[in-house]
Ligand binder design. Structure first.
Ligand SMILES: C[S@@+](CC[C@H](N)C(=O)[O-])C[C@H]1O[C@@H](n2cnc3c(N)ncnc32)[C@H](O)[C@@H]1O
Length: 202
């Protein structure tokens, strides 16, 4: 068994990080369309940015004034920097970093269940990363109602992968103080329940 960060660092070495853009693209497009509609100019943080593909995409949006990617894997961050010298990429555990300037949007795709206690990281983002009125939007494919994802922990031998029901994630958002909480599934197809997307404002 290996830590999430060690496993994802190895994914960069084997080129597997590239597949995440392909697999997550539809859900991320849906999340970004939602979080950027009717907002005007915005700053954007990607919590667990992987190789930085979302930051490279969002930064071409004319309304995006600043985009920063944060990831715990030094290989992911090294790769992100090698592909983009325009935006900032930070190598840090999400729990140990805060931006100098709080953001309008914090986006996170397929990351927040790799924490011993996801509520702690959601609270940290709420308190230290977001402006008042700012939005956290998260997407996850590994959760209780999505049966095909139940075997992933065993398949990947990753030490921490929390398998929680939608209601528990909604409770985290509520408990840490998010307002206007909304959730939906994106990309449901047969027994694949789709990406669970949850969002709320500070
Ligand atoms: C499934 S990948 C998703 C990457 C990216 N969001 C995407 O959609 O392509 C999960 C990412 O979370 C990062 N990660 C896991 N635990 C972390 C932590 N405690 N702090 C920072 N990053 C973490 C991993 O290094 C990895 O890049």
């Amino acid at each position: 068994m290996e830590s999430p960060i060690k496993v994802f660092s190895n994914w960069v070495l084997s080129g597997k990080d590239v597949g995440m853009e392909k697999n997550h693209y539809g859900s991320v497009k849906n999340m970004i369309e939602y979080s950027t509609k009717e907002i005007g100019k915005f700053s954007f943080l990607d919590a667990g940015c992987g190789n930085g593909w979302v930051i490279r995409n969002i930064s071409s949006n004319p309304n995006c004034e600043k985009a920063i990617g944060v990831d715990g894997s030094s290989n992911m961050i090294q790769k992100a920097k090698s592909l983009d010298n325009k935006n900032d990429y930070i190598c840090s555990d999400l729990l140990h970093w805060s931006p100098k300037n709080k953001a309008d949007i914090v986006h996170s795709m397929e990351v927040l269940y790799y924490f011993e206690n996801p509520e702690t990281v959601i609270k940290h983002i709420h308190n230290n990363w977001l402006k008042k009125g700012g939005r956290l939007i998260m997407g996850i494919d590994h959760y209780k109602e999505n049966k095909p994802s139940h075997k992933w922990k065993q398949e990947t031998s990753i030490t921490i992968m929390q398998l929680l029901p939608k209601q528990t994630w909604l409770d985290f958002f509520k408990k840490v103080g998010f307002n206007k909480i909304k959730s939906w599934y994106f990309g449901k197809d047969g027994i694949w329940n789709g990406t669970l997307i949850i969002t709320g404002t500070k």
